[in-house]
Design a protein around this ligand. Structure first.
Ligand SMILES: [Zn+2]
Length: 197
C-alpha cells in the first residue's frame, strides 16, 4: 500500500496527490494553493517534495513555484506550455500564468521512485501517467477519469493519439487502482468494462 493524501484544489477542482515513498514524498500535480500543500507536506514531515507533472495545463501547476521542490519531472513536450499562458490554457481563462521552476525531463519508460512513466499523448502531447506496478496504482492525470477521458478540444491536443494511449492503460492489470487528475478513483477493470473495448 502507498501512504497517500489527496488534496482537491483550485477553480477546476484538480487532484493533487502526496505519496510517501522510501525516497521521500512525491507530489503528483501541484494544482493550486501552495500554502495548503505546504501544510499537508508539513503534516507528512516533508519539506522538499519531488514533483511529478502529468502535464502542464495551468490547473495542474499553479502552486509549482511556491514549493521548495527537490526536483520537478515532466515529459519534455510539456516544457513550452509550462512557460506559455496560451499553451497551458490559463490565458483563455483570463488568468495568464507561467511557471519558472526548472524541469527535469522524464521520458516514456523511465523510472522515478516507485513509478514508471507512461507517455500517453492525446489530451496534451506530453501527458504522462505514473504507474507504481508493485503497489498496483496508476496516477492518470487528465488522460483517464472515472468513466471519461480528458478534453481533446484544447490547444495542442492530439485527438488521433488518445485511443492508443487509452488502450495502453487498458492493458494494465484490471485490479490497478486509477487516481485521476479530477474526480474520484476508479480501476482499470471498471473502465475497460464500462467502455467495452
Ligand atoms: Zn489538462
Amino acid at each position: 500500500m502507498l501512504e497517500m493524501q489527496r488534496l482537491v484544489l483550485g477553480v477546476c477542482a484538480t487532484n493533487c496527490y502526496l505519496v510517501r515513498t522510501k525516497e521521500g514524498v512525491f507530489m503528483i500535480d501541484p494544482a493550486d494553493d501552495a500554502p495548503a500543500i505546504g501544510n499537508a507536506l508539513a503534516a507528512m514531515g516533508e519539506q522538499r517534495p519531488t514533483v511529478l507533472l502529468t502535464h502542464a495545463h495551468f490547473d495542474h501547476i499553479l502552486a509549482l513555484d511556491g514549493l521548495n521542490a527537490r526536483a520537478v519531472y515532466a515529459h519534455p513536450a510539456e516544457e513550452a506550455a509550462l512557460r506559455d499562458p496560451r499553451r497551458n490554457a490559463s490565458a483563455q481563462l483570463g488568468m495568464p500564468f507561467a511557471a519558472a521552476s526548472p524541469l527535469t525531463p522524464l521520458e516514456d519508460g523511465e523510472r522515478i521512485g516507485p513509478f514508471v512513466a507512461l507517455h500517453t499523448p492525446g489530451h496534451r502531447p506530453g501527458c504522462l501517467c505514473f504507474y507504481a506496478e508493485e503497489q498496483g496504482v496508476l496516477f492518470s492525470g487528465d488522460t483517464l477519469f472515472c468513466g471519461a477521458y480528458g478534453r481533446l478540444d484544447l490547444p495542442e491536443a492530439q485527438p488521433e493519439r488518445m485511443r492508443g494511449s487509452l488502450e495502453r492503460l487498458f492493458a494494465l492489470p484490471p485490479e490497478t487502482i486509477v487516481y485521476p487528475g479530477h474526480g474520484e478513483a476508479t480501476t482499470i477493470g471498471q473502465e475497460v468494462e464500462g467502455w467495452g473495448w
